[in-house]
Design a protein around this ligand. Sequence first.
Ligand SMILES: Cc1cc2nc3c(=O)[nH]c(=O)nc-3n(C[C@H](O)[C@H](O)[C@H](O)COP(=O)(O)OP(=O)(O)OC[C@H]3O[C@@H](n4cnc5c(N)ncnc54)[C@H](O)[C@@H]3O)c2cc1C
Length: 550
Amino acid sequence: MADRPHLVVIGAGPAGLAAALTAARHGVRVTLVDAAAQAGGQFYRMPAAPLGTRRPRALHHKWRSWERLSGDLDRHLATGRVRHLADHHVWCVEREATEPGPAERKATGPGPVVRGERPRSPSRAGRSGVAGGPVGAFTVHALLGPRQERGVAIRADAVLLATGGYEKVLPFPGWTLPGVLSAGGAQAMLKGGLVLPGRRVVVAGTGPLLLPVATGLAAAGARVVALVESADPRALARAPGALAARPDKLAEGARYAARLLRHRVPFLVRHTVVEAHGGDRLDGVTVAALGPDGRVVPGGARRLDCDTLAVGHGLLPHTDLAGTLGCGLDGVAVRVDDEQRTDVPGVWAAGEATGVGGADLALAEGRIAGRSAAARLTGRAPEPRSRAAAACRARAALRAFAAGLDSVCAPPAGWAERVTDETVVCRCEEVTAGTVRAAVTDLGAGDLRTVKLLTRAGMGWCQGRMCEPAVAGLTGCPATTVRRPFARPVPLGVLAGREERDNGEDSAVRTDGRAASATAADTGTGTGTGTEADRCESSKDRRQADTDRQ
Ligand SMILES: Cc1cc2nc3c(=O)[nH]c(=O)nc-3n(C[C@H](O)[C@H](O)[C@H](O)COP(=O)(O)OP(=O)(O)OC[C@H]3O[C@@H](n4cnc5c(N)ncnc54)[C@H](O)[C@@H]3O)c2cc1C
Protein backbone atom coordinates (compact mmCIF):
# COMPACT_ATOMS: atom_id res chain seq x y z
CA MET A 1 0.00 0.00 0.00
CA ALA A 2 2.86 2.35 0.87
CA ASP A 3 3.99 2.47 -2.76
CA ARG A 4 0.72 4.01 -3.86
CA PRO A 5 0.44 7.77 -4.22
CA HIS A 6 -1.05 9.41 -1.17
CA LEU A 7 -4.05 11.72 -1.37
CA VAL A 8 -5.23 13.57 1.73
CA VAL A 9 -8.92 14.44 1.56
CA ILE A 10 -9.92 17.13 4.05
CA GLY A 11 -13.59 16.85 5.01
CA ALA A 12 -15.62 13.66 5.41
CA GLY A 13 -18.98 15.05 4.29
CA PRO A 14 -20.71 13.85 1.11
CA ALA A 15 -18.09 15.45 -1.16
CA GLY A 16 -15.06 14.19 0.78
CA LEU A 17 -16.48 10.69 1.21
CA ALA A 18 -17.36 10.37 -2.46
CA ALA A 19 -13.93 11.68 -3.46
CA ALA A 20 -12.00 9.48 -1.02
CA LEU A 21 -13.84 6.29 -1.99
CA THR A 22 -13.57 6.98 -5.71
CA ALA A 23 -9.86 7.78 -5.49
CA ALA A 24 -9.20 4.66 -3.39
CA ARG A 25 -11.09 2.54 -5.91
CA HIS A 26 -8.83 3.92 -8.62
CA GLY A 27 -5.56 2.94 -6.98
CA VAL A 28 -4.69 5.76 -4.62
CA ARG A 29 -3.97 5.56 -0.91
CA VAL A 30 -6.27 8.00 0.87
CA THR A 31 -6.22 9.64 4.25
CA LEU A 32 -9.58 11.17 5.06
CA VAL A 33 -9.19 13.89 7.68
CA ASP A 34 -12.10 15.51 9.47
CA ALA A 35 -12.64 17.72 12.48
CA ALA A 36 -15.76 15.82 13.50
CA ALA A 37 -15.80 12.65 15.57
CA GLN A 38 -17.66 10.74 12.86
CA ALA A 39 -17.81 10.78 9.09
CA GLY A 40 -20.87 12.26 7.39
CA GLY A 41 -20.44 16.03 7.40
CA GLN A 42 -23.49 18.25 7.81
CA PHE A 43 -25.91 16.27 5.70
CA TYR A 44 -25.21 12.85 7.22
CA ARG A 45 -24.57 14.12 10.74
CA MET A 46 -24.83 11.12 13.06
CA PRO A 47 -25.74 11.01 16.75
CA ALA A 48 -22.73 10.85 19.07
CA ALA A 49 -21.76 7.19 19.55
CA PRO A 50 -22.30 7.09 23.36
CA LEU A 51 -25.97 7.98 22.82
CA GLY A 52 -26.48 4.51 21.38
CA THR A 53 -29.27 5.49 18.98
CA ARG A 54 -31.21 2.55 17.70
CA ARG A 55 -32.85 4.25 14.71
CA PRO A 56 -30.64 7.10 13.50
CA ARG A 57 -32.34 6.86 10.11
CA ALA A 58 -35.44 8.44 11.65
CA LEU A 59 -33.63 11.80 11.57
CA HIS A 60 -32.44 11.51 7.98
CA HIS A 61 -33.59 11.48 4.44
CA LYS A 62 -31.66 9.73 1.65
CA TRP A 63 -30.59 7.13 4.20
CA ARG A 64 -29.82 4.57 1.52
CA SER A 65 -27.14 6.73 -0.01
CA TRP A 66 -25.56 7.04 3.45
CA GLU A 67 -25.66 3.26 3.91
CA ARG A 68 -23.87 2.83 0.59
CA LEU A 69 -21.22 5.41 1.46
CA SER A 70 -20.59 4.18 4.99
CA GLY A 71 -20.54 0.53 3.83
CA ASP A 72 -17.92 1.41 1.19
CA LEU A 73 -15.94 3.37 3.74
CA ASP A 74 -15.88 0.42 6.14
CA ARG A 75 -14.67 -1.86 3.36
CA HIS A 76 -11.89 0.50 2.35
CA LEU A 77 -10.89 1.02 5.99
CA ALA A 78 -10.65 -2.74 6.40
CA THR A 79 -8.34 -3.10 3.39
CA GLY A 80 -6.22 -0.14 4.51
CA ARG A 81 -6.82 1.78 1.28
CA VAL A 82 -8.44 4.54 3.27
CA ARG A 83 -7.52 5.82 6.71
CA HIS A 84 -10.00 8.01 8.53
CA LEU A 85 -8.50 10.49 10.96
CA ALA A 86 -11.47 11.85 12.89
CA ASP A 87 -11.20 14.69 15.43
CA HIS A 88 -8.40 16.20 13.35
CA HIS A 89 -8.84 19.92 12.80
CA VAL A 90 -6.74 21.07 9.87
CA TRP A 91 -5.36 24.55 10.46
CA CYS A 92 -3.04 24.89 7.48
CA VAL A 93 -1.90 23.08 4.35
CA GLU A 94 1.61 23.81 3.13
CA ARG A 95 2.76 23.19 -0.40
CA GLU A 96 6.39 22.54 -1.13
CA ALA A 97 6.66 22.93 -4.86
CA THR A 98 7.48 25.52 -7.44
CA GLU A 99 4.34 27.24 -8.47
CA PRO A 100 3.77 28.17 -12.08
CA GLY A 101 3.01 31.79 -12.74
CA PRO A 102 -0.56 32.93 -13.36
CA ALA A 103 -0.14 32.88 -17.15
CA GLU A 104 1.04 29.28 -17.16
CA ARG A 105 -1.71 28.24 -14.78
CA LYS A 106 -4.21 29.77 -17.15
CA ALA A 107 -2.71 28.08 -20.16
CA THR A 108 -2.29 24.61 -18.71
CA GLY A 109 -4.43 24.29 -15.64
CA PRO A 110 -2.86 22.65 -12.65
CA GLY A 111 -1.63 19.61 -14.52
CA PRO A 112 -1.17 16.17 -13.12
CA VAL A 113 0.66 15.29 -9.97
CA VAL A 114 3.03 12.38 -10.13
CA ARG A 115 4.22 10.90 -6.88
CA GLY A 116 7.91 10.88 -6.18
CA GLU A 117 8.94 13.44 -8.78
CA ARG A 118 10.72 16.59 -7.81
CA PRO A 119 8.86 19.83 -8.35
CA ARG A 120 9.05 20.83 -11.97
CA SER A 121 9.86 24.25 -13.21
CA PRO A 122 6.95 26.38 -14.37
CA SER A 123 8.09 26.18 -17.98
CA ARG A 124 8.13 22.39 -17.90
CA ALA A 125 4.72 22.41 -16.34
CA GLY A 126 3.59 24.65 -19.14
CA ARG A 127 4.75 22.21 -21.80
CA SER A 128 3.53 19.09 -20.16
CA GLY A 129 0.74 16.91 -21.38
CA VAL A 130 -1.13 14.34 -19.34
CA ALA A 131 1.91 12.61 -17.94
CA GLY A 132 3.90 15.70 -17.00
CA GLY A 133 3.30 18.71 -14.83
CA PRO A 134 4.23 19.97 -11.45
CA VAL A 135 4.51 17.73 -8.46
CA GLY A 136 2.74 18.41 -5.24
CA ALA A 137 4.42 17.75 -1.95
CA PHE A 138 2.15 18.83 0.83
CA THR A 139 2.11 18.92 4.59
CA VAL A 140 -1.32 18.97 6.16
CA HIS A 141 -1.17 20.37 9.69
CA ALA A 142 -3.96 19.30 12.04
CA LEU A 143 -4.83 19.72 15.70
CA LEU A 144 -6.01 16.62 17.49
CA GLY A 145 -9.09 15.89 19.50
CA PRO A 146 -11.79 18.08 20.97
CA ARG A 147 -9.23 20.18 22.85
CA GLN A 148 -7.09 20.77 19.76
CA GLU A 149 -3.88 21.11 21.73
CA ARG A 150 -1.57 18.65 20.02
CA GLY A 151 -0.49 18.85 16.45
CA VAL A 152 0.12 16.34 13.71
CA ALA A 153 1.75 16.94 10.33
CA ILE A 154 0.63 14.61 7.54
CA ARG A 155 2.62 14.31 4.31
CA ALA A 156 0.69 14.04 1.06
CA ASP A 157 1.29 13.92 -2.67
CA ALA A 158 -1.93 15.77 -3.34
CA VAL A 159 -4.75 17.35 -1.39
CA LEU A 160 -8.48 17.44 -1.95
CA LEU A 161 -10.43 20.12 -0.13
CA ALA A 162 -13.99 19.10 0.76
CA THR A 163 -14.46 21.44 3.69
CA GLY A 164 -18.13 22.27 3.07
CA GLY A 165 -19.83 25.47 4.05
CA TYR A 166 -21.12 27.34 7.05
CA GLU A 167 -24.27 29.24 7.83
CA LYS A 168 -24.89 32.90 7.23
CA VAL A 169 -27.02 34.59 9.89
CA LEU A 170 -27.85 38.27 9.48
CA PRO A 171 -28.55 40.37 12.59
CA PHE A 172 -31.85 41.88 13.71
CA PRO A 173 -32.91 43.42 17.02
CA GLY A 174 -32.91 40.76 19.74
CA TRP A 175 -30.94 38.13 17.79
CA THR A 176 -28.39 37.74 20.62
CA LEU A 177 -31.02 36.60 23.15
CA PRO A 178 -30.65 33.09 24.59
CA GLY A 179 -33.12 30.93 22.67
CA VAL A 180 -32.09 32.33 19.28
CA LEU A 181 -29.81 29.94 17.42
CA SER A 182 -28.88 29.19 13.86
CA ALA A 183 -31.10 26.85 11.87
CA GLY A 184 -28.19 24.48 11.28
CA GLY A 185 -27.32 24.68 14.99
CA ALA A 186 -30.84 23.55 15.91
CA GLN A 187 -30.53 20.70 13.45
CA ALA A 188 -27.11 19.74 14.79
CA MET A 189 -28.53 19.54 18.33
CA LEU A 190 -31.22 17.21 17.09
CA LYS A 191 -29.21 15.03 14.70
CA GLY A 192 -25.97 14.95 16.71
CA GLY A 193 -27.19 15.24 20.30
CA LEU A 194 -30.76 13.91 20.00
CA VAL A 195 -32.08 16.96 21.86
CA LEU A 196 -34.65 19.56 20.92
CA PRO A 197 -33.47 23.17 21.16
CA GLY A 198 -36.86 24.13 22.65
CA ARG A 199 -40.55 23.27 22.74
CA ARG A 200 -42.15 26.04 20.67
CA VAL A 201 -39.92 26.91 17.76
CA VAL A 202 -40.08 29.47 14.96
CA VAL A 203 -37.85 28.57 12.00
CA ALA A 204 -37.02 31.65 9.95
CA GLY A 205 -34.76 33.25 7.35
CA THR A 206 -34.33 32.06 3.82
CA GLY A 207 -33.09 29.05 1.88
CA PRO A 208 -33.78 25.36 1.44
CA LEU A 209 -32.13 24.39 4.75
CA LEU A 210 -35.17 25.76 6.60
CA LEU A 211 -37.36 22.94 5.26
CA PRO A 212 -35.47 19.96 6.75
CA VAL A 213 -34.95 21.94 9.96
CA ALA A 214 -38.65 22.73 10.41
CA THR A 215 -39.87 19.26 9.41
CA GLY A 216 -37.13 17.52 11.44
CA LEU A 217 -37.95 19.47 14.61
CA ALA A 218 -41.68 18.91 14.14
CA ALA A 219 -41.21 15.18 13.59
CA ALA A 220 -39.09 15.00 16.74
CA GLY A 221 -41.86 16.51 18.84
CA ALA A 222 -41.27 20.27 18.84
CA ARG A 223 -44.21 22.52 18.11
CA VAL A 224 -43.08 24.49 15.08
CA VAL A 225 -45.07 27.69 15.43
CA ALA A 226 -44.24 28.83 11.89
CA LEU A 227 -41.75 28.49 9.07
CA VAL A 228 -41.00 32.07 8.04
CA GLU A 229 -39.36 32.35 4.60
CA SER A 230 -38.50 35.80 3.25
CA ALA A 231 -38.36 34.63 -0.37
CA ASP A 232 -41.23 33.32 -2.44
CA PRO A 233 -40.26 29.76 -3.46
CA ARG A 234 -42.81 29.91 -6.29
CA ALA A 235 -40.40 32.28 -8.04
CA LEU A 236 -38.20 29.23 -8.65
CA ALA A 237 -40.57 28.26 -11.44
CA ARG A 238 -39.51 31.47 -13.18
CA ALA A 239 -35.76 31.03 -12.58
CA PRO A 240 -34.19 30.26 -15.93
CA GLY A 241 -33.78 26.55 -16.47
CA ALA A 242 -33.58 25.65 -12.77
CA LEU A 243 -36.50 23.25 -12.51
CA ALA A 244 -36.09 22.04 -16.05
CA ALA A 245 -32.56 20.97 -15.06
CA ARG A 246 -33.72 18.92 -12.06
CA PRO A 247 -37.46 18.14 -12.15
CA ASP A 248 -36.90 15.70 -9.25
CA LYS A 249 -36.35 18.72 -7.00
CA LEU A 250 -39.98 19.70 -7.55
CA ALA A 251 -41.02 16.35 -6.08
CA GLU A 252 -38.62 16.86 -3.16
CA GLY A 253 -40.23 20.27 -2.50
CA ALA A 254 -43.68 18.68 -2.62
CA ARG A 255 -42.61 16.06 -0.05
CA TYR A 256 -41.49 18.79 2.33
CA ALA A 257 -44.76 20.68 1.77
CA ALA A 258 -46.69 17.52 2.66
CA ARG A 259 -44.65 17.09 5.85
CA LEU A 260 -45.29 20.70 6.88
CA LEU A 261 -48.97 20.10 6.31
CA ARG A 262 -48.93 16.85 8.29
CA HIS A 263 -47.31 18.58 11.27
CA ARG A 264 -49.60 21.62 10.85
CA VAL A 265 -46.68 24.01 10.42
CA PRO A 266 -47.84 27.35 8.99
CA PHE A 267 -45.58 28.35 6.08
CA LEU A 268 -45.31 32.15 5.87
CA VAL A 269 -43.65 33.08 2.57
CA ARG A 270 -42.45 36.64 1.89
CA HIS A 271 -42.35 37.22 5.65
CA THR A 272 -39.43 37.97 7.93
CA VAL A 273 -38.63 38.16 11.62
CA VAL A 274 -38.11 41.83 12.43
CA GLU A 275 -37.46 41.49 16.17
CA ALA A 276 -36.89 38.86 18.84
CA HIS A 277 -38.32 39.61 22.29
CA GLY A 278 -37.54 38.47 25.80
CA GLY A 279 -35.84 39.23 29.10
CA ASP A 280 -33.46 36.52 30.22
CA ARG A 281 -34.36 34.47 27.18
CA LEU A 282 -36.54 34.53 24.11
CA ASP A 283 -40.29 34.55 24.61
CA GLY A 284 -41.53 35.64 21.18
CA VAL A 285 -40.76 37.16 17.80
CA THR A 286 -42.40 39.78 15.61
CA VAL A 287 -42.84 38.72 12.02
CA ALA A 288 -43.83 41.04 9.20
CA ALA A 289 -44.98 40.64 5.63
CA LEU A 290 -42.62 41.88 2.92
CA GLY A 291 -43.53 43.84 -0.16
CA PRO A 292 -42.09 43.15 -3.60
CA ASP A 293 -39.25 45.61 -2.88
CA GLY A 294 -38.16 43.53 0.14
CA ARG A 295 -39.39 46.14 2.59
CA VAL A 296 -41.82 45.53 5.43
CA VAL A 297 -45.45 46.19 4.47
CA PRO A 298 -46.91 48.74 6.93
CA GLY A 299 -49.43 47.13 9.27
CA GLY A 300 -48.28 43.61 8.36
CA ALA A 301 -46.49 42.77 11.64
CA ARG A 302 -47.63 40.31 14.32
CA ARG A 303 -46.19 38.55 17.34
CA LEU A 304 -45.60 34.80 17.56
CA ASP A 305 -44.96 33.34 21.01
CA CYS A 306 -42.06 30.88 21.07
CA ASP A 307 -39.13 29.83 23.24
CA THR A 308 -36.75 29.15 20.34
CA LEU A 309 -35.95 30.84 17.07
CA ALA A 310 -33.90 28.84 14.57
CA VAL A 311 -32.74 31.31 11.96
CA GLY A 312 -30.51 31.17 8.87
CA HIS A 313 -29.96 33.17 5.70
CA GLY A 314 -28.17 30.65 3.51
CA LEU A 315 -24.73 29.10 3.45
CA LEU A 316 -21.24 30.31 2.57
CA PRO A 317 -18.38 28.12 1.32
CA HIS A 318 -15.48 27.32 3.65
CA THR A 319 -12.44 28.63 1.79
CA ASP A 320 -9.87 29.18 4.55
CA LEU A 321 -7.60 26.28 3.64
CA ALA A 322 -7.88 27.05 -0.06
CA GLY A 323 -6.89 30.61 0.80
CA THR A 324 -3.78 29.54 2.69
CA LEU A 325 -2.76 27.48 -0.34
CA GLY A 326 -3.29 30.40 -2.69
CA CYS A 327 -6.19 28.88 -4.64
CA GLY A 328 -8.15 31.38 -6.69
CA LEU A 329 -11.77 32.12 -5.85
CA ASP A 330 -14.84 32.73 -7.98
CA GLY A 331 -16.74 35.19 -5.84
CA VAL A 332 -16.83 33.52 -2.44
CA ALA A 333 -16.20 29.92 -3.62
CA VAL A 334 -13.05 28.03 -4.57
CA ARG A 335 -12.49 28.18 -8.34
CA VAL A 336 -12.28 24.77 -10.02
CA ASP A 337 -12.08 23.48 -13.57
CA ASP A 338 -14.07 20.65 -15.16
CA GLU A 339 -12.08 18.05 -13.20
CA GLN A 340 -12.57 19.94 -9.91
CA ARG A 341 -8.92 21.01 -9.97
CA THR A 342 -8.12 24.31 -8.31
CA ASP A 343 -5.57 26.55 -9.95
CA VAL A 344 -2.88 25.37 -7.51
CA PRO A 345 -1.18 22.24 -8.84
CA GLY A 346 -1.98 19.14 -6.84
CA VAL A 347 -5.00 20.64 -5.10
CA TRP A 348 -8.57 19.58 -5.90
CA ALA A 349 -11.75 20.91 -4.32
CA ALA A 350 -15.31 19.57 -4.26
CA GLY A 351 -18.66 20.15 -2.62
CA GLU A 352 -19.89 23.23 -0.83
CA ALA A 353 -16.38 24.75 -0.71
CA THR A 354 -16.66 25.30 -4.46
CA GLY A 355 -20.18 26.73 -4.28
CA VAL A 356 -23.27 25.95 -2.26
CA GLY A 357 -25.52 23.48 -4.05
CA GLY A 358 -26.66 20.62 -1.80
CA ALA A 359 -25.58 17.11 -0.96
CA ASP A 360 -26.31 15.58 -4.41
CA LEU A 361 -24.05 18.14 -6.07
CA ALA A 362 -21.39 17.55 -3.41
CA LEU A 363 -21.50 13.81 -4.15
CA ALA A 364 -21.24 14.36 -7.92
CA GLU A 365 -18.33 16.77 -7.54
CA GLY A 366 -16.60 14.48 -5.07
CA ARG A 367 -16.74 11.58 -7.52
CA ILE A 368 -15.38 13.69 -10.36
CA ALA A 369 -12.61 15.09 -8.16
CA GLY A 370 -11.65 11.67 -6.78
CA ARG A 371 -11.45 10.17 -10.26
CA SER A 372 -9.38 13.04 -11.57
CA ALA A 373 -7.00 13.02 -8.59
CA ALA A 374 -6.48 9.26 -8.86
CA ALA A 375 -5.84 9.41 -12.60
CA ARG A 376 -3.40 12.24 -12.32
CA LEU A 377 -1.62 10.85 -9.27
CA THR A 378 -1.09 7.48 -10.89
CA GLY A 379 0.05 9.07 -14.14
CA ARG A 380 -2.91 7.83 -16.18
CA ALA A 381 -4.97 9.97 -18.48
CA PRO A 382 -8.24 11.05 -16.90
CA GLU A 383 -10.86 8.59 -18.02
CA PRO A 384 -12.54 8.94 -21.39
CA ARG A 385 -15.01 11.75 -21.76
CA SER A 386 -17.87 9.32 -22.43
CA ARG A 387 -17.57 7.72 -19.00
CA ALA A 388 -17.16 10.98 -17.15
CA ALA A 389 -19.96 12.58 -19.15
CA ALA A 390 -22.83 11.32 -16.99
CA ALA A 391 -21.28 12.66 -13.79
CA CYS A 392 -20.55 15.95 -15.52
CA ARG A 393 -24.12 16.20 -16.83
CA ALA A 394 -25.51 15.60 -13.33
CA ARG A 395 -23.13 18.22 -11.97
CA ALA A 396 -24.19 20.78 -14.60
CA ALA A 397 -27.90 20.22 -13.91
CA LEU A 398 -27.44 20.45 -10.16
CA ARG A 399 -25.37 23.59 -10.51
CA ALA A 400 -28.08 25.16 -12.67
CA PHE A 401 -30.68 24.28 -10.05
CA ALA A 402 -28.50 25.70 -7.26
CA ALA A 403 -28.00 28.95 -9.19
CA GLY A 404 -31.77 29.25 -9.67
CA LEU A 405 -32.37 28.63 -5.97
CA ASP A 406 -29.70 31.14 -5.04
CA SER A 407 -31.31 33.84 -7.15
CA VAL A 408 -34.64 33.26 -5.41
CA CYS A 409 -33.50 32.80 -1.80
CA ALA A 410 -31.55 36.02 -1.28
CA PRO A 411 -32.21 37.84 2.03
CA PRO A 412 -34.77 40.64 1.64
CA ALA A 413 -33.33 43.88 0.27
CA GLY A 414 -34.34 45.96 3.28
CA TRP A 415 -32.82 43.81 6.06
CA ALA A 416 -29.98 46.21 6.90
CA GLU A 417 -32.37 49.15 7.43
CA ARG A 418 -34.16 47.22 10.17
CA VAL A 419 -30.99 46.66 12.22
CA THR A 420 -31.11 49.26 15.00
CA ASP A 421 -27.93 51.07 16.09
CA GLU A 422 -28.03 49.23 19.45
CA THR A 423 -28.04 45.78 17.85
CA VAL A 424 -24.81 43.85 18.41
CA VAL A 425 -23.39 42.84 15.05
CA CYS A 426 -20.01 41.31 15.93
CA ARG A 427 -20.80 38.99 18.79
CA CYS A 428 -17.18 38.04 19.55
CA GLU A 429 -16.13 41.66 20.14
CA GLU A 430 -19.61 43.01 21.04
CA VAL A 431 -19.59 45.73 18.39
CA THR A 432 -22.94 47.38 17.65
CA ALA A 433 -24.43 48.35 14.31
CA GLY A 434 -24.21 52.01 15.39
CA THR A 435 -20.43 51.74 15.88
CA VAL A 436 -20.04 50.03 12.52
CA ARG A 437 -22.12 52.66 10.74
CA ALA A 438 -20.22 55.49 12.47
CA ALA A 439 -16.94 54.08 11.18
CA VAL A 440 -18.19 54.91 7.68
CA THR A 441 -20.25 58.05 8.25
CA ASP A 442 -18.10 59.79 10.91
CA LEU A 443 -14.63 58.35 10.41
CA GLY A 444 -14.59 57.90 6.65
CA ALA A 445 -13.93 54.15 6.37
CA GLY A 446 -14.45 52.99 2.81
CA ASP A 447 -13.69 49.28 3.00
CA LEU A 448 -14.26 46.38 5.37
CA ARG A 449 -10.67 46.19 6.51
CA THR A 450 -10.74 49.82 7.71
CA VAL A 451 -14.10 49.23 9.42
CA LYS A 452 -12.51 46.26 11.19
CA LEU A 453 -9.49 48.28 12.30
CA LEU A 454 -11.66 51.12 13.59
CA THR A 455 -14.30 49.02 15.37
CA ARG A 456 -12.74 45.55 16.06
CA ALA A 457 -15.74 43.97 14.26
CA GLY A 458 -14.31 40.71 12.91
CA MET A 459 -11.26 40.59 15.20
CA GLY A 460 -12.63 38.01 17.61
CA TRP A 461 -12.58 34.24 17.83
CA CYS A 462 -14.48 33.66 14.59
CA GLN A 463 -12.35 36.19 12.70
CA GLY A 464 -15.33 37.74 10.94
CA ARG A 465 -16.78 34.51 9.56
CA MET A 466 -20.10 35.28 11.22
CA CYS A 467 -20.27 39.08 11.11
CA GLU A 468 -18.61 39.94 7.80
CA PRO A 469 -21.75 39.66 5.64
CA ALA A 470 -23.62 41.80 8.18
CA VAL A 471 -20.89 44.45 8.33
CA ALA A 472 -20.73 44.49 4.53
CA GLY A 473 -24.52 44.90 4.30
CA LEU A 474 -24.66 47.66 6.92
CA THR A 475 -21.80 49.70 5.49
CA GLY A 476 -22.30 49.03 1.81
CA CYS A 477 -18.65 47.97 1.56
CA PRO A 478 -18.15 44.96 -0.68
CA ALA A 479 -17.23 41.73 1.12
CA THR A 480 -13.49 41.14 0.85
CA THR A 481 -11.63 37.97 0.10
CA VAL A 482 -9.70 37.32 3.29
CA ARG A 483 -6.63 35.16 3.11
CA ARG A 484 -6.00 33.99 6.64
CA PRO A 485 -2.66 32.39 7.45
CA PHE A 486 -4.41 29.77 9.60
CA ALA A 487 -7.87 28.31 9.36
CA ARG A 488 -8.27 28.26 13.14
CA PRO A 489 -6.44 29.34 16.32
CA VAL A 490 -3.28 27.29 16.91
CA PRO A 491 -1.39 26.69 20.20
CA LEU A 492 2.04 28.29 20.25
CA GLY A 493 3.69 24.92 20.92
CA VAL A 494 2.28 23.56 17.69
CA LEU A 495 3.36 26.68 15.83
CA ALA A 496 6.85 26.16 17.24
CA GLY A 497 6.95 22.90 15.33
CA ARG A 498 6.22 20.45 18.12
CA GLU A 499 4.03 18.21 15.99
CA GLU A 500 3.67 14.49 15.66
CA ARG A 501 4.88 13.39 12.21
CA ASP A 502 2.65 11.18 10.08
CA ASN A 503 3.89 10.04 6.69
CA GLY A 504 0.49 8.63 5.78
CA GLU A 505 1.88 5.12 5.47
CA ASP A 506 0.78 3.80 8.83
CA SER A 507 -1.45 0.91 7.97
CA ALA A 508 -3.16 1.07 11.35
CA VAL A 509 -6.56 2.60 10.88
CA ARG A 510 -7.13 5.31 13.39
CA THR A 511 -10.74 6.21 13.45
CA ASP A 512 -10.65 8.83 16.12
CA GLY A 513 -8.44 11.48 17.62
CA ARG A 514 -8.08 9.62 20.91
CA ALA A 515 -5.99 6.90 19.35
CA ALA A 516 -3.78 9.45 17.64
CA SER A 517 -3.51 11.50 20.81
CA ALA A 518 -2.55 8.44 22.78
CA THR A 519 0.24 7.77 20.30
CA ALA A 520 1.56 11.26 20.78
CA ALA A 521 1.38 11.02 24.57
CA ASP A 522 2.87 7.53 24.72
CA THR A 523 5.83 8.36 22.55
CA GLY A 524 6.34 11.79 23.98
CA THR A 525 6.32 13.29 20.52
CA GLY A 526 3.22 15.39 21.00
CA THR A 527 3.14 18.83 22.47
CA GLY A 528 1.60 17.71 25.72
CA THR A 529 1.71 14.72 27.99
CA GLY A 530 -2.02 14.59 28.43
CA THR A 531 -2.06 15.56 32.11
CA GLU A 532 -4.62 18.06 33.35
CA ALA A 533 -1.83 20.57 34.10
CA ASP A 534 -0.55 20.29 30.56
CA ARG A 535 -4.03 20.76 29.21
CA CYS A 536 -4.41 23.96 31.26
CA GLU A 537 -1.07 25.22 29.96
CA SER A 538 -2.10 24.42 26.42
CA SER A 539 -5.40 26.17 26.71
CA LYS A 540 -3.52 29.20 28.07
CA ASP A 541 -1.29 28.95 25.03
CA ARG A 542 -4.35 28.84 22.84
CA ARG A 543 -5.78 31.97 24.41
CA GLN A 544 -2.38 33.66 24.06
CA ALA A 545 -2.14 32.62 20.43
CA ASP A 546 -5.57 34.08 19.87
CA THR A 547 -4.55 37.37 21.48
CA ASP A 548 -1.31 37.45 19.46
CA ARG A 549 -3.21 36.81 16.27
CA GLN A 550 -5.41 39.83 16.85
C1 LIG B 1 -25.30 23.49 9.46
C2 LIG B 1 -25.74 22.89 8.16
C3 LIG B 1 -26.84 22.05 8.11
C4 LIG B 1 -27.25 21.49 6.89
N1 LIG B 1 -28.37 20.70 6.86
C5 LIG B 1 -28.82 20.22 5.67
C6 LIG B 1 -30.00 19.41 5.56
O1 LIG B 1 -30.66 19.15 6.53
N2 LIG B 1 -30.40 18.98 4.36
C7 LIG B 1 -29.70 19.29 3.24
O2 LIG B 1 -30.10 18.89 2.14
N3 LIG B 1 -28.57 20.01 3.29
C8 LIG B 1 -28.13 20.49 4.48
N4 LIG B 1 -27.01 21.27 4.54
C9 LIG B 1 -26.26 21.46 3.32
C10 LIG B 1 -25.40 20.19 3.19
O3 LIG B 1 -24.60 20.12 4.34
C11 LIG B 1 -24.50 20.22 2.06
O4 LIG B 1 -25.20 20.32 0.88
C12 LIG B 1 -23.61 18.98 2.00
O5 LIG B 1 -23.40 18.42 3.25
C13 LIG B 1 -22.33 19.44 1.43
O6 LIG B 1 -21.41 18.42 1.53
P1 LIG B 1 -19.86 18.76 1.68
O7 LIG B 1 -19.17 17.46 1.71
O8 LIG B 1 -19.47 19.76 0.66
O9 LIG B 1 -19.73 19.53 3.07
P2 LIG B 1 -20.07 19.12 4.57
O10 LIG B 1 -21.11 18.11 4.67
O11 LIG B 1 -20.27 20.43 5.26
O12 LIG B 1 -18.72 18.46 5.07
C14 LIG B 1 -17.56 19.20 5.28
C15 LIG B 1 -16.71 18.47 6.27
O13 LIG B 1 -15.44 19.12 6.33
C16 LIG B 1 -15.02 19.14 7.66
N5 LIG B 1 -14.09 20.26 7.80
C17 LIG B 1 -14.28 21.55 7.44
N6 LIG B 1 -13.19 22.27 7.70
C18 LIG B 1 -12.29 21.41 8.24
C19 LIG B 1 -10.96 21.56 8.73
N7 LIG B 1 -10.34 22.74 8.70
N8 LIG B 1 -10.35 20.47 9.24
C20 LIG B 1 -10.96 19.26 9.27
N9 LIG B 1 -12.21 19.06 8.81
C21 LIG B 1 -12.86 20.13 8.31
C22 LIG B 1 -16.28 19.30 8.49
O14 LIG B 1 -16.10 18.79 9.80
C23 LIG B 1 -17.28 18.48 7.68
O15 LIG B 1 -17.40 17.17 8.16
C24 LIG B 1 -26.56 21.81 5.73
C25 LIG B 1 -25.44 22.64 5.80
C26 LIG B 1 -25.02 23.18 6.98
C27 LIG B 1 -23.81 24.09 7.03
